[in-house]
Design a protein around this ligand. Structure first.
Ligand code: SF4
Length: 457
């Protein structure tokens, strides 16, 4: 039987995907579309008829990385189409790399596909359109990102995402749930809900209702969480479900009981960015840090195992020593489980660049080091408290036997999202252990970021 991928003259496309998990989801969508059009995938430059580079344009450092990746693809292959966030700066890309065949922006799936058709027309096999193809996935099969919306209605002064990606545009709830169901049926054990602002899901569609399995469901974070919590794998288990980029709007309180019941993974990724009211004001973010501390406490009362992850910016223009001390004190109290920190970096086109009182680089470095010291100490204490407990762990990778025949594996606890948080390192695992298995692990040791343990039972 003919299939798209074994048509003798199928055009092959290579993909270089840079940037955040959201960009990875875009890459998957583009490849799925291209495969439906009769293209095959190439794992390397040499075998590709054309290379697609999905770029990130958020920070200047990401733009440099994107330009370098485009340069590499040109020198290795020569036929390159650029897409993604940095595609909004086509002039800069063409100035650096005049050879690129086409440049399209973020989420311009149609344009990317059109450019592919123009520069590497697909082979027309007689059955191509008739063959159902599963979606292409770039993330490992056992976890998948589920994108619920594009764009953002906020206007944080350090961010240009609303300019790059536009206002919030939520997907239909039934489409999101159908995709989630398909992913779980295809073997996904962990779903990661992503967007720019997950709490705002459906605001733009006035929380439009759709029928799903005989019930009316709203495009709203709480309905979404409840419905996703009802999904089951083919073995009848509840998949892990993580909510990312959640803003602490009041309705977030409603999903904490779902975590306590085990329907949602007890994990919230909330990008607080800072705590000092004056800095938050200049960042144009809501300043409710005191209430947030009270809510964190309430959430932990309801769901003691909840892991809170956040990210912070140090050295924002006008950040005084007092502002920074406020942030440190807030962190000491908030006791967050996972913290990512960034030194403020001006992003071309961001309103924050015009703010007075830039913080000198050496002060930024010093504050960054102090913040890391505090958050690592908190993380180490929180992880040390897990020693002796038995925790569910999802397996990401199983190693080869060493000279004594012992096999190690790497996994993650429910407090660890892939690619951004810590790991659980396992020793002496059975040879039958496979990626995506969820096993109970007795924690034997911990450091500032990771746990170490042994499968129990
Ligand atoms: S940082 Fe602010 S403006 Fe940028 S995507 Fe997030 S919420 Fe929207």
């Amino acid at each position: 039987m003919n299939t798209t991928t074994n048509l003798p003259d199928a055009k092959r496309v290579g993909m270089v995907s840079l940037g955040c998990p959201k960009a990875l989801v875009d890459s998957e969508r583009i490849l799925t579309r291209l495969r439906a059009d009769g293209y095959a995938m190439s794992p390397d430059y040499a075998g590709a008829d054309i290379v697609l580079v999905n770029t990130c344009g958020f920070l200047d450092s990401a733009k440099e990385e994107s330009l370098a990746a485009i340069g590499e693809a040109i020198s290795e292959n020569g036929r390159v189409i650029v897409t993604g966030c940095m595609g909004e700066e086509a002039d800069a890309i063409r100035a650096a790399h005049p050879q690129v065949l086409a440049v399209t922006g973020a989420h311009q799936y149609e344009q990317v596909v059109e450019a592919m058709h123009e520069h590497a027309p697909p082979s027309q096999g007689p059955f191509v359109d008739l063959i159902p193809q599963p979606d292409v996935k770039l993330t490992p099969r056992h976890y998948s990102y589920l994108k619920i919306s594009e764009g953002c209605n906020h206007s944080c002064s350090f961010c240009i995402i609303p300019d790059l990606r536009g206002k919030l545009a939520s997907r239909r709830i039934d489409a999101v749930l159908r995709e989630a169901e398909k992913l779980v049926a295809a073997g996904t054990k962990e779903l990661l809900v992503i967007s720019q602002d997950t709490s705002a899901y459906g605001v733009d569609t006035r929380h439009e209702e759709r029928m799903w399995k005989g019930n009316s469901v709203r495009a709203h974070m709480t309905d979404l969480a409840r419905e996703l919590g009802g999904l089951r794998t083919s073995e009848g288990a509840a998949p892990w479900l993580r909510l990312h980029y959640v803003y602490p709007y009041p309705h977030v309180d409603q999903v904490i009981p779902l975590m306590a019941e085990g329907l949602l993974t007890p994990y919230l990724d909330i990008p607080f960015q800072h705590a000092a009211p004056s800095v938050l004001k200049r960042m144009k973010r809501p300043a409710n840090e005191a209430k947030v501390l009270a809510r964190l406490k309430k959430w932990r009362d309801i769901c003691p195992d909840i892991a809170i992850r956040s990210s912070f910016v140090v050295g924002f223009p006008g950040e005084t020593e007092d502002d920074f001390a406020y942030l440190i004190e807030w962190l000491e109290e908030a006791h967050l489980d996972r913290v990512g920190a960034f030194r403020f970096e001006p992003v071309e086109g961001a309103a924050a660049n015009a703010l007075p009182d830039p913080v000198p680089e050496e002060v930024k470095e010093e504050r960054y080091a102090r913040l890391m010291e505090v958050t690592e100490r908190i993380s180490a204490a929180k992880l040390a408290a897990k020693v002796g407990r038995t925790l569910p762990v999802i397996i990401d990778e199983v190693g080869e036997p060493d000279e004594d025949g012992d096999i190690g594996a790497t996994g993650r606890s429910q407090a660890d999202a892939p690619e951004i948080d810590g790991a659980v390192y396992l020793r002496d695992v059975p040879a039958t252990l496979a990626t995506g298995d969820i096993v109970n692990v007795t924690i034997e040791d911990a450091d500032a970021h990771d746990l170490y343990g042994l499968i129990s039972g």
